[in-house]
Write a protein that binds this ligand. Structure first.
Ligand code: NIG
Ligand code: FE
Length: 433
């Protein structure tokens, strides 16, 4: 049918038409930026849908009959029986590092040595510091291949496993040197945790001093506002200095305990506050009226076994967070801009797959299908300040799309454990598949 004359005249020739998809899930917001509250559960879906793509941009999205009447693809991808969605936007990764932490985790599972957040980060900072530039680059490129193969087309990448100015800079330089179809957004996480043996004030002085030097390598600045990280006052100092240098702000908050992190981040106008396992009722009430995204990290909940009772010191203790789903439901219902991300890192969340993240979030936090998809696409794009360009399938946006080996968006979330991607289109080109 493509290429035929329509009653309206000759179809316009475009680079690519994806046609006859069992379903196109657009993730288009109804109004405004992102999708909040009850609208999260009502995603726009087009049966027998199609996309016309030219010059890396989406020309139109709609029913196959209408799209094919207007556009003829130089290349046509027949998506019969398949789902088409926007590419995932993963807003929180610690992409560049060296080394695995499976030994530490093995002990945690059995309760033989629980470990600490700072101890684990110090370990990865040592292995990262000992690796050469090339080795770090190759490791990161291999991870990006895996991310793309699982449907991610844009990702944020933080430093944080440096803990010294020179090592932090090197991680950001490696990130900037990555040439890969997955688009990257760099973040400077100089204040990850207070490094062992350095007075925390001195460490923070160093982070503030480095902000100017690495500005060209990072769009955002991140800081850990947590009992195991820094205090709200210390984080405010970093946030203020970061703003003066033109960075956007992202915050790791309230992970190991309540640290006033979410309140600090919202008041500082952060783009996103991430983790939130110990978010306060007060903070839950503050999100809806703010531009700050609440980013949930189900890979961490799952990998750290936060919802399962565990053996500790010879006896069994209760789960750390048996009621996370209830807390997060209040957050969603309040109208917060909620986002899902991998938090890929070797310690608390060694997954590169946003598919896995949606599947875990649905089960651990009891999310609906549409909720999980909106949080992983358009809302994630808003949190990175990229929603004019990516995050949904809409005319004019970049043609970043995933074709799936299942016919509906529900099935991607309902299944788990296998990669369901058929092909990935990045900037209008089949990058994988
Ligand atoms: O995002 N401040 C928290 N940092 C990481 C933990 C990284 C690690 O355990 O190495 C996080 O979960
Ligand atoms: Fe993180």
């Amino acid at each position: 049918m493509s290429g035929e004359l329509s009653s309206g005249g000759t179809p316009t020739r475009v680079d690519l038409v994806i046609a006859h998809a069992a379903e196109v899930l657009t993730c288009r917001p109804v109004s405004g930026r992102g999708v909040r509250g009850a609208a999260l559960g009502r995603p726009e879906r087009i049966a027998d849908g199609a996309l016309a793509i030219d010059g890396g941009r989406i020309m139109t999205v709609g029913a196959s009959a209408e799209v094919l009447a207007r556009f003829a693809g130089r290349e046509v991808l027949d998506a019969t029986g398949k789902l088409v969605t926007p590419g995932f936007v993963d807003t929180h990764t610690h992409l560049v590092h060296e080394g695995s932490r499976h030994e530490e985790w093995g002990h945690k599972v059995l309760g033989t040595a629980p470990g600490t957040l700072a101890g684990g980060i110090e370990h990865t900072a040592r292995t990262t510091g000992a690796a050469g530039f090339r080795r770090l680059r190759e490791g990161a490129l291999a991870r990006l291949d895996t991310m793309l193969a699982h449907g991610t087309t844009t990702a944020e990448a933080k430093s944080g496993y440096g803990l010294t100015p020179a090592s932090e800079r090197r991680i950001l330089e490696v990130t900037a040197a990555l040439d890969h179809p997955v688009d990257l957004v760099g973040t400077f996480l100089g204040a990850h945790v207070p490094p062992e043996g350095t007075p925390r004030g001195r460490h923070l002085d160093g982070v503030v001093a480095q902000l100017a030097e690495v500005r060209h390598l990072a769009e955002y600045c991140d800081v850990t506002c947590d009992p195991a990280g820094f205090t709200p006052a210390e984080c405010e100092r970093i946030a203020r200095a970061a703003r003066e240098h033109g960075y956007g702000l992202r915050v790791h908050a309230d992970q190991t305990g309540y640290g006033g992190g979410a309140e600090m981040a919202i008041e500082a106008g952060a783009a996103s506050v991430d983790h939130l396992e110990h978010v306060s009722d007060r903070a839950i009430g503050m999100f809806a009226d703010s531009g700050t995204a609440a980013t949930l990290l189900p890979g961490v909940t799952y990998h750290l076994m936060d919802m399962v009772p565990g053996p500790r010191g010879g006896s069994w203790s209760d789960a750390r967070h048996p009621r996370l789903a209830e807390r997060y439901r209040r957050l969603i219902d309040s109208g917060a801009l909620v986002v899902l991300a991998t938090d890929y890192n070797p310690g608390s969340s060694p997954t590169l797959s946003m598919q896995a993240v949606m599947q875990l979030a649905a089960r651990l936090y009891r999310l609906g299908y549409g909720e999980a998809w909106h949080m992983s696409t358009i809302n994630a794009a808003v949190s990175l300040g990229r929603d004019a360009d990516i995050g949904s399938l809409e005319t004019g946006k970049r043609a970043d799309a995933v074709v799936w080996n299942v016919p509906s968006h529900e099935m991607v979330v309902n299944r788990f454990g296998a990669n369901l991607v058929s092909s990935v289109i990045k900037d209008g080109v089949v990058a994988r598949g």
